[in-house]
Design a protein around this ligand. Structure first.
Ligand SMILES: *[C@@H]1O[C@H](CO)[C@@H](O)[C@H](O)[C@H]1NC(C)=O
Ligand SMILES: *[C@@H]1O[C@H](CO)[C@@H](O)[C@H](O)[C@H]1NC(C)=O
Ligand SMILES: *[C@@H]1O[C@H](CO)[C@@H](O)[C@H](O)[C@H]1NC(C)=O
Ligand SMILES: *[C@@H]1O[C@H](CO)[C@@H](O)[C@H](O)[C@H]1NC(C)=O
Length: 455
């Protein structure tokens, strides 16, 4: 017979292998094996906030500096600078005009919470290198030393703590014009001074200061993940950091990593594969079609309408993605009203339809086989239900769902009203009679859902 100490030893050895002792190694195989914390897939919708010195010229896009000073500059930007600024004016001079004088973090958090998003990704530094917090690695090029004279990260972080909205950050690894980076690049990335003294050093600092649940890395593509030391950072993040159990990261950790390694996949901007994926993915998109940063030259047509936003959201969620919806605040610290309106309208829509969005998973079908612009989701908690969202209210108030078999169905209800709907078999699917297209009968203004209950 086995004596007690041996059994105890075995138990200790086994448990330390299975749960207590998972130690990730600094290589992609190991860090890729970490399961994504469950909150992220349930959250579905996040808000992306792109804010920086580029919000001062607020012309063209957040790539303003690059397209002004690169070898083949954008002529619109060159002319703009010639016409309105003295010839000695440099990009760094814009920072003095970044005052955030109307910045009210309480108002921001009010919009965030009312919008129904479950996480926020706030930019701490874009490719211009300006940090939105007092980084000790960004001397005189941060929001406390120059410009707003404020830490622009900490209030949002503090106000969201304890709410059901997870706090996350965006961070660019590279910087267009940083001499340390350009030196490493000139050395074909055989040296890593920039990574050690700036790019990665900031990420450790940010985790320590703001405990983000999302790290949305970017600006990685010119070099390999080994140059960025990415797997070392991620192994530390998952093993030893203060957010090791809650943090999720994206895939932009080097030209060999994007769309392959890390946490959720973002592949390219506005990624939307239109079919189910093996890995969790995210569609990072923006309400202004042409820019992530605020643009004074934007016109009304440049913004997605509510119909377009909701349709993009449905196309994303039904295929298993999360959607990250971007706002570009002004240099004076406000959300332009059109962004605020979109986010508040989104919140009103989610109040009605959120049961078919949050904590759902893809259904058997993602779209309908007969009616265009119908998307399906299924609640994780109820195996006998699904939701069919329809973007167009059918002319004759008859919604045809070719993907739903009548023989398995027990009920159909309009989400957001207490109306039970009648339905009949139609071909291999069903035909649901919905109320007349009239504002008193419709639970919301843009896209609607029926809840399907199965036997
Ligand atoms: C970097 O690589 C290029 C192309 O292979 C080569 O021409 C150049 O000499 C290399 N530079 C250094 C500093 O090694
Ligand atoms: C990469 O990370 C490891 C582990 O933290 C560290 O020992 C090493 O110095 C880092 N290399 C660079 C270039 O930052
Ligand atoms: C459903 O999606 C598939 C795959 O993307 C597409 O081929 C098909 O046309 C869509 N059906 C409808 C009715 O929109
Ligand atoms: C649905 O019914 C419940 C309970 O009867 C009621 O509290 C709720 O306000 C109704 N909702 C709508 C949208 O009519």
């Amino acid at each position: 017979s086995i004596n007690t100490p041996v059994v105890l030893l075995l138990v200790v050895a086994l448990s330390s292998q299975t749960c207590l002792g998972v130690k990730y190694e600094p290589n992609w195989n190991s860090v890729d094996s970490r399961p994504l914390p469950a909150w992220y897939d349930d959250a579905k919708i996040g808000m992306f906030i792109n804010w920086g010195v580029y919000s001062v010229p607020s012309y063209y896009s957040e790539w303003f500096w690059y397209w002004w000073k690169t070898a083949k500059p954008n002529q619109g930007i060159v002319k703009f600078m010639e016409q309105y600024y003295p010839p000695t004016f440099t990009y760094a001079d814009f920072a003095a005009e970044f005052k955030a004088e109307f910045y009210d973090p309480l108002k921001w958090v009010d919009i965030i919470e009312k919008s129904g998003v479950k996480y926020v990704v706030l930019s701490t530094k874009h490719h211009e290198g300006f940090t939105m917090y007092p980084s000790k690695y960004s001397f005189n090029w941060n929001s406390v030393d120059v410009g707003p004279k404020k830490d622009l990260i900490k209030y949002i972080y503090a106000l969201l703590a304890g709410s059901d909205v997870h706090f996350g950050i965006y961070h660019s690894l590279f910087e267009w014009f940083n001499p340390l980076y350009l030196q490493d690049k000139a050395n074909n990335y055989t040296t890593q001074r920039f990574v050690k003294e700036k790019g990665m050093a900031e990420l450790y600092e940010i985790v320590d200061m703001y405990r983000p649940d999302v790290i949305w890395s970017d600006g990685d593509w010119e070099a390999l993940s080994s140059y960025w030391n990415a797997t070392h950072f991620l192994a530390w993040l998952y093993n030893d950091s203060p957010v090791k159990d809650s943090v999720v990261v994206n895939d932009r950790w080097g030209s060999d990593a994007t769309c392959k390694h890390g946490g959720f996949l973002t592949c390219q901007d506005k990624f939307n594969p239109g079919k189910l994926q093996k890995r969790k993915w995210e569609n990072a998109m923006t309400l202004d079609r042409k820019s992530w940063g605020f643009r004074r030259d934007a016109s009304f047509d440049d913004f997605l309408s509510m119909e377009e936003l909701i349709e993009t959201l449905l196309k994303t969620i039904s295929y298993g993605g999360n959607i990250l919806i971007n706002v570009g605040p002004t240099s004076y610290g406000t959300f332009p009203p059109i962004y605020e309106e979109r986010f508040r309208q989104l919140g009103s829509w989610l109040k009605v339809n959120g049961e078919g969005i949050y904590a759902t998973q893809p259904w058997v079908h993602q779209n309908d086989t007969v009616t265009p612009k119908v998307w399906y989701t299924a609640p994780k908690a109820d195996k006998k239900a699904a939701y069919a969202f329809f973007v167009d209210w059918p002319d004759n108030n008859e919604l045809v769902l070719g993907a739903v078999s009548g023989s398995s169905l027990s009920g159909v209800a309009l989400v957001g009203s207490n109306k039970t709907l009648t339905w009949e078999t139609s071909g291999s699917g069903i035909k649901v009679t919905i109320p007349p297209h009239n504002i008193k009968e419709m639970p919301c203004l843009w896209a609607w859902a029926v809840k399907l209950t199965f036997k």
